[in-house]
Structure formats: structure tokens, C-alpha cells
Design a protein around this ligand. Structure first.
Ligand SMILES: [Zn+2]
Ligand SMILES: [Zn+2]
Length: 308
């Protein structure tokens, strides 16, 4: 038996939220999580409760928890799910299956986009190119590009992605360490849209991986718990482990780092850093910083290898 740190009841089922140092019963945790998510959405004006939005669902615990919670918190929100099947064997099959199951249960439409079928290559094909050493970064380019294009072509004005506090701090850690200021200013809860650019929002940006897992488990949300086989041993995974160790020594490290970034650094940096001028990519017409967008560059290299 555990005593809930919020309602004071003695319960069988409780979860320990590590940065709070508190046990919460099932009902209190779900209520706490949903209030926190709702507050993030409203605070940063991500969308209104009756908007139409796209939700990027990978099939993992974070985006599936987000989909479940958005559906419960905003019953009048019109949601269209976008899932990209990256062609990574069992991992991708399991992920797509989880997305289909949750969408069926919630009665939400899903666009399932198969990378091999539509683009002619799979993520593992990238392992045969120079992208091999930065596979997670390359995967990020592909997902960012395709999610935006699919959302844009579907007429969606807003796209929600499942980036968590852990993802954000891991990225900020890397960017601050290397002084990549141009990229630092783009790490924020809302990125406004433009021509052929859908507004991007991150409703989970103030929730930890642990909180999302608890929420998904306590609400019996289907998700795939397979780890991407390409990610193991990657720098990203190693940095997340390092950040967990820092958090053990400096309680609330992740929350503090994130808040300092958003409240203290961002407002000043945004005045100093010029926004890059976007042109239309000469191959696909989508927004690009140079003549060709980073996705088209990637595709031309990978198709060379695939097609021999
Ligand atoms: Zn309680
Ligand atoms: Zn392009």
C-alpha cells in the first residue's frame, strides 16, 4: 500500500514521480498529467479547443500518450493522425500496428505513409550511405520534412509532435555545448508556420518520458515498446543517460535547464539571431535554406545507393 501525496488515500496502485519526490494514485496522476498538458497548450497558445490539428504519431509511448490525452482533454478537437512507416523491420511493423489500434479505438482517422512505397527507400538503406554515423539526425530530417509536407497537402494548419522535456533537454545540451546558436533559437514550444510550412507545436514539452509512460500505462493506451534497432548505442541515447545521472545529483535539472532556456535565453537570443531566409527548394518546391532542401539532398544520395 502507498499513500497518495495528493489526495492522501491509501491505494494499491500508485506511481512515483521522481522529480516531485511524490507517490500519486492512479486517478490523481491522470488528473495531474492532463491538467499539465492542457496548461502547456493554453499557455503557449498552441491551438484552440475546436481547431483541426495533425498529430504526428510514431507509435511510441510519448506520442501515443499525447494522442490519448489530447482526445480526452479536448473532446471537440478535430484530430488527424500522421504516421510514417520507416521500414525498420519488426520495429516499424509494431509501431504502425499500435497507431492503427489506438486510432480505431478513438475513432480517429490516420494517414499511414510508407516510406518505401512512396519515396523508394527505407531507413536501413541510409546505413549504406555517409548518413550512417548520424542516423538519428538523418531520420529527423526525413520525419520533419514528410510530416510537414503531408500536413500541408492535407490542408492542416497545425501539427503537434511528441517531443518531451527529455528530448528537448538532450537537444539543448548538445546545442549549447557546441554553441549552435542558430539552432538553439528554434528549440521552443511553438514554431510559427509560413508558406508551405505548417505551424508546429509540442504539447509534451514540459512532460518527462517517465510521466508519458505512466500515463500511457495507467490509461491502457496501446503503444510499441520496441526500441529502434538503429538507435542503440547512438550519441542521443548516451546523452539521455548522462542527463539522467546529472538529474540524480542536481534535482529538477531538466526542468531548470528548460525554463532558463525558454524564459531567460530565448527572448534575448531571438532579438540577436537573424532568421534564415527561406527559398523554394529547386527540386520539390518546399521551404529550403539554400537552393536544395536537406531532404532532397538526402534522397538523391540514398537513391544512388538503392538503385545502384
Ligand atoms: Zn490520489
Ligand atoms: Zn526539396
Amino acid at each position: 500500500m502507498r499513500r497518495c501525496g495528493r489526495c492522501g488515500r491509501d491505494v494499491e496502485e500508485a506511481v512515483y514521480v521522481d522529480y516531485m519526490g511524490r507517490w500519486l494514485c492512479r486517478d490523481c496522476f491522470i488528473d495531474f498529467y492532463e491538467k499539465k498538458l492542457k496548461n502547456t497548450v493554453l499557455k503557449y497558445r498552441m491551438f484552440s479547443p475546436r481547431d483541426s490539428i495533425g498529430v504526428a504519431a510514431s507509435g511510441g509511448k510519448d506520442s501515443m500518450a499525447m494522442l490519448m490525452a489530447l482526445n480526452r482533454i479536448f473532446p471537440e478537437l478535430k484530430i488527424e493522425v500522421i504516421h510514417i512507416n520507416l521500414g525498420i523491420g519488426d520495429y516499424s511493423r509494431d509501431s504502425e500496428e499500435a497507431v492503427r489500434r489506438l486510432c480505431n479505438r478513438l475513432g480517429i482517422e490516420a494517414i499511414i505513409y510508407d516510406l518505401k512505397e512512396h519515396e523508394g527507400f527505407t531507413l536501413p538503406d541510409l546505413m549504406k550511405t555517409s548518413y550512417r554515423r548520424r542516423i538519428c539526425g538523418a531520420c529527423g530530417i526525413i520525419r520533419r520534412y514528410l510530416l510537414n509536407r503531408i500536413a500541408w497537402e492535407s490542408g492542416l494548419k497545425i501539427l503537434a509532435t511528441g517531443h518531451t522535456l527529455d528530448d528537448t533537454v538532450e537537444l539543448l545540451f548538445e546545442l549549447y555545448l557546441n554553441g549552435r546558436v542558430d539552432e538553439i533559437v528554434r528549440v521552443k514550444p511553438v514554431l510559427e508556420g509560413g508558406d508551405r510550412l505548417v505551424k508546429r507545436v509540442k504539447p509534451l514539452i514540459e512532460l518527462t518520458d517517465q510521466e508519458n509512460k505512466y500515463y500511457a500505462d495507467l490509461t491502457e493506451t496501446p503503444y510499441s515498446d520496441l526500441e529502434c534497432p538503429l538507435i542503440s548505442g547512438s550519441r542521443m541515447v548516451r546523452r539521455k543517460k548522462l542527463i539522467s545521472r546529472i538529474e540524480e545529483e542536481i534535482p529538477r535539472f531538466k526542468h531548470t535547464f528548460y525554463k532558463s532556456h525558454v524564459k531567460r535565453f530565448l527572448p534575448k537570443l531571438e532579438k540577436l539571431v537573424e532568421k534564415p531566409e527561406l527559398k523554394a527548394c529547386k527540386i520539390c518546391g518546399m521551404p529550403a535554406i539554400g537552393d536544395t532542401c536537406s531532404y532532397c539532398k538526402l534522397v538523391s544520395r540514398v537513391l544512388e545507393v538503392v538503385e545502384g
